[in-house]
Design a protein around this ligand. Structure first.
Ligand code: DQA
Length: 151
């Protein structure tokens, strides 16, 4: 099973960016941890971070040709604005889980709306870096069940 983890704008600054909200763990730490979790689940995992909306759209589109089975995406600020990323997720129809480190529903009003979540299986928000591990497990459950049912 091939999983792609996509991180949106400013997530490369995790660790130094507003630690009172996002904590002190870096994106590299999160990716290292996911690499270990994926290996224990027998999954192949790759990572992509970009601050540019079009690059994220291109990466999602390319995932289809690469036979990516599942996507974990934190679209960061684009969560709240990007019809293009939403449409890309819809177009490729690869099972995706949306992750947010912070609880977007408990912050400013503009963060409470996600344009992208509706094109995902579900959203995990507010569990910090643990959210990524939970997302990987959720995808593993979903993909295993899909393979067993042959759908
Ligand atoms: C975020 C929440 C977004 O509102 C914000 O723009 C981010 C990070 C999170 O992981 O909590 O950049 O996606």
């Amino acid at each position: 099973m091939k999983i792609l983890v996509i991180s949106g704008p400013n997530l490369q600054l995790l660790g130094v960016r507003k630690p009172e909200i996002y904590g002190t763990v870096t994106l590299q730490d999160i990716e290292n941890d996911l690499q270990i979790s994926a290996a224990s689940l027998g999954m192949n995992i790759s990572f992509f971070q970009s601050n540019h909306e079009g690059e994220i759209v291109d990466r999602i589109a390319a995932a289809r040709g690469e036979q990516i089975d599942g996507i974990i995406i934190n679209p960061a600020a684009y969560t709240h604005t990007s019809v293009a990323i939403r449409d890309a997720l819809e177009a490729v129809a690869i099972p995706a889980v949306e992750v947010h480190l912070s609880n977007i529903h408990g912050r400013e009003e503009f963060r409470r709306k996600s344009l992208t979540a509706a094109m995902c299986i579900g959203q995990i928000s507010g569990f910090g870096p643990d959210g990524y591990r939970l997302a990987l497990q959720a995808l593993a459950y979903r993909l295993n069940r899909r393979n067993q049912n042959n759908i």
